[in-house]
Design a binder for this molecule. Structure first.
Ligand SMILES: Cc1cc2nc3c(=O)[nH]c(=O)nc-3n(C[C@H](O)[C@H](O)[C@H](O)COP(=O)(O)OP(=O)(O)OC[C@H]3O[C@@H](n4cnc5c(N)ncnc54)[C@H](O)[C@@H]3O)c2cc1C
Length: 112
């Protein structure tokens, strides 16, 4: 997220420096003609790329489980269900966590 606040020129220069470091002095890198970078964090429709535990997450040990709890009707039947990587207790941040959470909610529907 900090990188998104840096000017394009700085990111470009640092990227070239890094590439040069790994490729060694025997390789001459041409100057980039342009740069395209993602801005997942500043995009108001995304606000990040995937969920992660922060230092304060320890204060809320059930937060992922709470996020995945369905909304029930008065008879206790699940009506609105939530899947997605952020609701997976162990494989959050990943595609496999996302798909596992989909199976979890599908099983919830089947068993109700
Ligand atoms: C750059 C990048 C690299 C990654 N690399 C890896 C990797 O190598 N390995 C790995 O396992 N995982 C990786 N991930 C993570 C993985 O892509 C995600 O964990 C996974 O896609 C999450 O799936 P999801 O279904 O939970 O959420 P998403 O795939 O984010 O799906 C959520 C959907 O909901 C839609 N949506 C949001 N708000 C609304 C709304 N109000 N109304 C209707 N629709 C809405 C969104 O448009 C989106 O289509 C990476 C992610 C990023 C961004």
């Amino acid at each position: 997220m900090q990188v998104e606040t840096l000017p394009e020129e700085v990111v470009k220069r640092k990227s070239v420096e890094l590439l040069q470091k790994f490729l060694g002095a025997n390789v001459t890198l041409p100057e980039p003609t342009g740069m395209l970078r993602s801005t997942w964090f500043s995009n108001p429709y995304i606000r990040g790329s995937y969920s992660y535990d922060s230092v304060s997450s320890m204060k809320y040990p059930n937060s992922r489980a709470d996020l995945g709890k369905p909304l029930l009707d008065s008879a206790g039947t699940p009506k609105v269900l939530f899947a997605g990587e952020a609701t997976d207790l162990t494989q959050f941040s990943t595609v496999h966590g996302a798909s596992e959470s989909g199976y979890r909610e599908a099983m919830r529907i089947l068993s109700s």
